[in-house]
Design a protein around this ligand. Structure first.
Ligand code: IPE
Ligand code: IPE
Ligand code: MG
Length: 240
């Protein structure tokens, strides 16, 4: 039976989002880029709430890439401050909504104080059960694969793992994402048709949705549009 265009019945279990376009949003308004990041944080709140309401189980947000360290120092500092502010402000909100916070990436590269705020929020929300919100921070897909390879070699050298046993399933257990299912839907805002080093391994069979909307303008209504588009897709996973 063909699905209706307003179908919200197939809700992705895991949504991943490349939150792009904060700078362009600010530029359009003659504002500093950091203002775009600030309003972008409000989209984070709205989309987290929207996903929870729709019954999404996992939401992964690309907040800061390995490559974003190359941005001007002032912008990087502003992003870290904003992240700390978000963590301090939103922890209670996450508790009220029963949402568990997690993070993936080379977290030890973050400033000490940011790491402290992050770990505090992760610990506080650890037993929440309605949804898992995963922030990708200092995250790169290639870096994750390298870290996974190192972890595999470590297991083999320690005698915990036989080289002959290594397959895709085993390797997945050495990635940052070992506790989560692969994303069903990837959303990228601001129109760019690229992955920018996001979840290279995990997106193998994920459905892509690219919208022209800039991240600060991406709210619950736009989320519903993305899920409606997803509901129209026929996932074949290589079969017929
Ligand atoms: C996304 O917006 C936020 C981060 C990458 C941290 P950008 O800052 O990349 O915004 P544009 O792409 O320059 O518009
Ligand atoms: C991807 O956006 C990274 C995040 C959203 C955190 P970028 O703006 O950094 O990606 P490019 O530079 O357009 O590929
Ligand atoms: Mg960008």
């Amino acid at each position: 039976m063909s699905k209706k265009p307003d179908d919200l019945s197939s809700i992705p279990r895991h949504i991943a989002i490349i939150m792009d376009g904060n700078g362009r949003w600010a530029k359009e308004r003659g504002l500093p880029r950091t203002e775009g990041h600030r309003i972008g944080a409000e989209s984070v709140r709205a989309i987290t709430e929207g996903c929870k309401e729709l019954g999404v189980e996992f939401l992964t947000l690309y907040a800061f890439s390995s490559e974003n360290w190359k941005r001007p120092k002032r912008e990087v500092q502003a992003l870290m401050k904003l992240l700390e502010l978000y963590l301090r402000r939103e922890t209670q909100e996450l508790m009220d909504k029963n949402i568990r916070l997690q993070a993936i990436g080379r977290l030890h590269d973050l400033p000490q104080h940011t790491q402290e705020e992050l770990h505090r929020a992760i610990e506080t929300t650890a037993n929440n059960t309605s949804m898992t919100l995963i922030l990708a921070l200092s995250y790169g897909g290639r870096e994750e694969i390298i870290d996974g390879v190192k972890s595999l070699i470590d297991s083999v050298e320690k005698g915990h793992l036989d080289k002959a046993m290594i397959d895709t399933e085993v390797f997945s257990k050495h990635l940052y994402t070992r506790y989560y299912p692969d994303p069903d839907l990837l959303i990228r805002t601001s129109g760019e048709m690229r992955l920018s080093n996001f979840l290279l391994w995990q997106l193998s069979y994920t459905e892509f949705y690219v919208t022209q909307k800039l991240w600060p303008d991406f709210r619950k209504e736009e989320l519903r549009d993305a899920i409606k588009a997803y509901a129209q897709r026929h996932r074949r996973f290589g079969a017929v």
